[in-house]
Write a protein that binds this ligand. Sequence first.
Ligand SMILES: [Zn+2]
Ligand SMILES: [Zn+2]
Length: 347
Amino acid sequence: MTETMLAERFYAKDHSIHLEDVPVPHPGPGNVLIEVAYCGICHSDLSLINGTFPAQLPEVTQGHEASGTIVEVGVGVTGWKVGDRVIPSAGRPCFTCRKCRRGDFANCLHLNLMAFAYDGAWAKYHEAAATGLTKIPENVPMDQAALLADAVSTPYAAVVHTAQVHMGNAVAVWGVGGVGTHLVQLAKVAGGVPVIAIDLNDEVLARAKRVGADHVLHSDDPDLMSKIEDLTHGRMIDVAFDAVGIKPTLRAAVDSLDVDGKAVSLGLSSQDIDAGPFMNFNLQRKRVYGHLGYRGQDIGVLAEMLSYHRLDLSESISEVIPLSEIKRGIQDLEEHRNNPIRILVKP
Ligand SMILES: [Zn+2]
Ligand SMILES: [Zn+2]
């Protein structure tokens, strides 16, 4: 193995990014070294660069949605060996907050996020904690595996844990970009019927249809609610996801609900939530949930779903680029050029 490797580095002082030769890390106790196969570009990576998320370190290697192969094992690691194909966890519990002290690591209040609090995987190698690894089944391709550590697991957790979509639920998804497309796919696997995708953009609606949406509608359609009523034969929606996170989309999601229906909000913005008049909201016993993130074990479940062909994520890989083109990839995602779901970096 060489002593140095190419890595993308973010500098907090001027919010610049650079491709640099940095030393290859050697895994500390409890850690492994992974040769990165693929690592996605996520909106939260952009949020660090543009300052929406505060920097936690003066400089850091970015990229937190990775797959790879173990090439070195640190002292004290059990159950993992060189050659294992793995997905590293995108965060580590702090082990000091009040949740961690009670053993509730999954709800750690100061989670150390990969690519924010420690170096990420836009690099040839990545040092990861062995406790957060998920094994990739043999028949699952490395590129699809890289999508599981956030891009698919967050929508999965919204469908399964927060919304608890089950067979026969009428489901609508507002905003079918990266998160929304996976919500459509997973709600359908969970038994949603019909699954309706709603967006302004014809191209992403066509893609939603390709990955399984039963119907697509335009969010600015003045007859949107009556069309939803027709498509559901008067039932209206049991579970509405808002993957956009702005006032009018959450309001429309709530308005579309049947009595006892749930609206789940996944988009992040600084706008206030509008769930309509108290009168309607309470009379019809509507519910609104906020959703963020996923459980570590969800990644393993999704890997099995790929292995057993319950899920096909081939449509989710919009492009694969070499690390040397990372700046262009970041710009393409920022500008939504060709509506990418995930651009993967292959270091
Ligand atoms: Zn991400
Ligand atoms: Zn903690």
